[in-house]
Design a binder for this molecule. Structure first.
Ligand SMILES: Nc1ncnc2c1ncn2[C@@H]1O[C@H](COP(=O)(O)OP(=O)(O)OP(=O)(O)O)[C@@H](O)[C@H]1O
Ligand SMILES: [Mg+2]
Length: 449
């Protein structure tokens, strides 16, 4: 969505606040309309289409919650942002429960408003784009459950689309948890082989002696314990796809056998004489680059060339920050459905923490963290307390590097007092009531004895 064309409605019964917001947001390039009451806002919503409504909660007759409900009914696509009174977290949570995008508590900083509006528009753009791509590219190729809209991921989708229905071998490269197996599956499911088996083989977890008979089968008596003739996975997968995970773990002798298979499309069972022809596509994956292994002689160059016909590198999550948000939301929805919970939101603080984390375990780690958060959360919104400590610790280290001195208790106290004073528009009597202190103490805290 073009920022210029974004259509905003600002609702507050305080004309000063409305004017201020209109001025600031217009300067940002948005088209801003105002309303001074809930009734007026609701009426405007009937014959205008707004992208975003920003409404104060506390208003006369029809309050912000009613504005929210009305818009959710008449224009469910409109994003509603609430402005809540300082400290009224219950109201904020209730608003989120009823479908508000986010809340800002009073007294707000103008930057915060700008940022939230920007984030809301970005989210709308993502949803629209995703809808578009799901219809176009994604649905056509059934990238079921593959989430991601960053340019890096679109490169991946394009390559999958190009190679899926060919016989070409594919080499997938990426750190752990970046989705290699998932991409292998989507290649398989987007090919004419999709009615035949997709068989994953973890070359790292099988014992070297077992893997050959596992892949190629064996005849009776081929080795001690081979009591019957058994077909291998390549035969089982005939017509389908074999996914060789952690390919760098194959020893040289197996590499030779695999190469022969890729060249001749035939296998020999261990101990057998007969060549059996099988039609299998091979997709291989590795989480370390193979070139150095080729150089050092641990990986056959000719096999590498064969596998490397099409190379797809999956980017680590920390290099595609925008996908973090998208994936987190996707997992939130999925796990809250699976666990019969109605958690619909991720708090802005959590989003901030998640985008700063380095994600050594990539998408899988994010998936686990979101699942855990959904299970632990007792609110309709994921809060920082639902995250594991390590994510937090890293955030604290990067957000508050040791060189930057943290605030002292006194300073925090003073900031808080100032915030409350701002909320009550400087009324010291009210402020001291809210804070539960007398006025002398208030002055002392402000450093004006
Ligand atoms: N783009 C994505 N959209 C949705 N889910 C994803 C995406 N990428 C990965 N996942 C999920 O993350 C988990 C890890 O993915 P996958 O097993 O494909 O990774 P991998 O690269 O094979 O990892 P490893 O190297 O550890 O085997 C899976 O549960 C998968 O469904
Ligand atoms: Mg894997």
């Amino acid at each position: 969505m073009d920022k210029q064309s974004a259509h905003l409605l600002v609702v507050d019964d305080d004309p000063v606040a409305v004017d201020l917001l209109q001025e600031v947001l217009s300067k940002e390039g948005y088209d801003v309309v105002t309303a001074l009451s809930g009734e007026e806002a609701i009426a405007r919503g009937l014959d205008n289409l707004f992208d975003i409504v920003i409404t104060d909660v506390r208003m006369g007759d029809k309050d912000g919650m009613e504005v929210l409900r009305s818009f959710k009914k008449s224009a469910p696509e409109t994003t509603v942002i609430m402005i809540t009174a300082f400290g009224s977290i219950e109201t904020a949570i209730e608003a989120i429960r009823q479908g508000a995008f986010d809340y800002i508590s009073k007294p707000f900083k103008l930057d915060e408003i700008k940022f939230t509006v920007r984030r809301a528009l970005e989210q709308r753009r993502l949803l629209q784009e995703n809808k578009f791509y799901r219809q176009e590219l994604l649905e056509k190729y059934q990238f079921k459950n593959v989430i991601g809209r960053t340019p890096q991921m679109f490169e991946v989708y394009k390559t999958i689309a190009k190679v899926a229905d060919t016989k070409s071998t594919v080499l997938l490269y990426g750190e752990r948890g970046t989705g290699k197996e998932m991409v292998a599956r989507s290649i398989h499911f987007n090919s004419h082989r999709n009615e035949r088996p997709f068989i994953p083989v973890d070359c790292a977890s099988l014992a070297e002696t077992l893997i050959e008979s596992e892949l190629f089968g064996h005849v009776r008596g081929a080795f001690t314990g081979a009591l019957v003739t058994k077909r291998g996975l390549f035969e089982e997968a005939d017509g389908g796809t074999v996914f060789l995970d952690e390919i760098s773990n194959l020893n040289l002798s197996l590499q030779t056998k695999l190469l022969r298979f890729l060249q001749e499309h035939e296998i020999k069972r261990v101990g057998g004489m007969e060549s059996i022809s099988v039609d299998v596509r091979v997709i291989a994956a590795t989480n370390q680059l193979l070139e150095p292994q080729v150089k050092s002689g641990r990986f056959r160059e000719d096999l590498f060339d064969r596998l490397n016909v099409v190379f797809i590198a999956l980017p680590p999550l920390r290099e595609r920050k925008e996908d973090i948000l998208l994936l987190a939301t996707y997992f939130l929805r999925r796990f809250s459905e699976e666990n019969h919970k109605s958690i619909s939101h991720i708090s802005p603080e959590v989003l901030e923490i998640l985008t700063h984390y380095s994600w050594p375990g990539n998408v899988r780690e994010l998936q686990h963290i979101m699942e855990r958060a959904v299970i632990l959360s007792i609110h309709p919104i994921i809060l920082p307390e639902d995250l594991p400590g390590k994510v937090f610790d890293e955030f604290k280290r990067t957000a508050f590097p040791p060189s930057e001195k943290p605030l002292s208790l006194k300073e925090v106290e003073r900031e808080y007092v100032l915030k409350v004073l701002e909320e009550v528009k400087g009324n010291k009597k009210k402020a001291s009531e809210i804070l539960g202190i007398d006025r002398t103490t208030l002055y002392r805290l402000l450093g004006k004895e």
